[in-house]
Design a protein around this ligand. Structure first.
Ligand code: ADP
Length: 401
């Protein structure tokens, strides 16, 4: 049996196909630039003889239906999916599940309507996610679709963490509260961290740091999210590639007035022109390190602000949790950037948090501990794998696994 994972965005669909027996990804790729004059379909797969193969085709892909048809046709042509009946489930990444969805959910008409109802909360993401689901249900009516929500893991947060100190009707009537995102990743690395610690997840207190283009921190008590840095939208919290993270909300009125900006322009300013990009003109952390090494002060400041914000959240979540078994780094920056990890943990020795510098700097990949032997709190690097987590949760939701 196999599980297909689809991550449908507005102009692209990423996919991975997993073999349930081994949980290995036997094919992966993306359809991109949907709706443009020239689109692209790219595949990596392992053929039945065990050889790695790749393929790239450029052609117009008018819509999501065409994109998903091409993905499945390519999997069949590559010999990794002989027949649709091999698919136990299709797992769909869905960004916003609001308060309604607390776990991966088998899709039926009512679930489709509920995801549609969440569109005002995630106007950029949920429509595209929904497109993927509706197309898959139409094209492959015999294969169950499962929606796996970025917000679901955080639904265990108490109201003291998820409510904002603004008038109550905004929550009751307009659903304004903290939801949190990256939940699939925080849960996955949390469970892996528990395995590395040799403790059941439901006995672990963790601070998980997902640091990629988007970035968020989560406080996990006894295996449940009790606080997270992203809020009603993914804009709140840590400094990100192009998002500002925490901000004095009055900056919005001030900037709107001074620069004559409308809502759309403000949204663009804070979601796409801010963060690392806003601070130093570049949003790729590797490039920022190169610039800083050449003496670029703005790049140095961008790294310092990023690391300081992470350290602040570690301190805040330490205080919330009281006892912390491990701090977990993941995402492109969390997994690879020893400098940011070093700065984020610097000066926390009195909290029992101490890095082992050579383990931190080592070129090792994979799941590993990078804390000093005397560190009371373990510091772990755990590569995230959201697609694998979605595949496993999708299979579990249809009663397999
Ligand atoms: P996304 O959130 O888009 O999935 P990733 O998790 O892949 O993003 O993270 C992308 C970020 O990780 C980029 O800022 C990139 O520069 C950074 N990154 C990747 N590899 C390294 C590395 N070796 N050192 C520092 N930063 C890295």
């Amino acid at each position: 049996m196999k599980v297909l994972v689809l991550n449908s965005g507005s102009s692209s669909i990423k996919f991975q196909l997993f073999a349930v027996a081994t949980w290995r990804a036997i094919a992966a790729g993306a359809v991109s630039r949907i709706g443009e004059d020239e689109g692209e379909v790219s595949y990596r797969w392992t053929d039945p003889q065990g050889h790695s193969r790749t393929d790239e085709t450029r052609l117009p892909i008018p819509n999501h239906r065409d994109g998903i048809e091409r993905i499945v046709a390519g999997l069949q042509a590559g010999g990794v999916l002989a027949d649709l009946s091999e698919l136990a489930a299709i797992g769909h990444r869905v960004v916003h599940g609001g308060e309604r969805f607390q776990r991966p959910t088998l899709v039926d008409d009512a679930v489709v309507e509920a995801i549609r109802d969440m569109i005002p909360l995630a106007p950029l993401h949920n429509p595209a996610n929904l497109d993927g689901i509706e197309v898959a249900r139409t094209l492959f009516p015999g294969v169950p679709s499962v929606a796996v929500f970025d917000t679901a893991f955080h639904q265990t947060m108490p109201s003291t963490a998820y409510r904002y100190a603004i008038p109550e009707y905004l929550y009751l009537k307009h659903r304004v509260r903290r939801y949190g995102f990256h939940g699939t990743s925080h849960q996955y690395v949390g469970e892996r961290a528990a395995a590395v610690l040799g403790k059941p997840f439901d006995r672990c207190n963790l601070i998980t740091l997902h640091l990629g283009n988007g970035a968020s921190a989560t406080a996990i008590r006894a295996g449940r999210s009790i606080d997270t840095s992203m809020g009603m939208t993914p804009l709140e919290g840590l400094v990100m590639g192009t998002r500002c993270g925490d901000l004095d909300p009055a900056i919005l009125f001030y900037t709107a007035e001074q620069l004559g900006l409308d809502n759309q322009a403000l949204d663009d300013l804070l979601n796409r022109q801010s963060g690392l990009l806003g601070l130093c003109g570049v949003n790729d952390m590797r490039e920022i390190h190169r610039l800083a090494a050449e003496g670029d002060d703005r790049a140095e400041l961008a790294i310092a602000i990023t690391a300081r914000r992470i350290r602040k959240y570690i301190g805040a979540y330490y205080a919330e949790l009281g006892r912390v078994d491990a701090i977990v780094f993941t995402g492109g920056i969390g997994e690879n950037d020893a400098e940011v990890r070093h700065r984020a943990c610097a000066g926390l020795e009195n909290l029992g948090i101490a890095l082992d510098d050579s383990a931190n700097l080592s070129a090792d990949r994979g799941e590993r501990a990078i804390s000093a032997a005397h560190s009371q709190v373990k510091i772990l690097v755990i590569p995230t794998n959201e697609e694998l987590a979605i595949a496993r949760q999708a299979l579990a939701a249809v009663g397999g696994g």
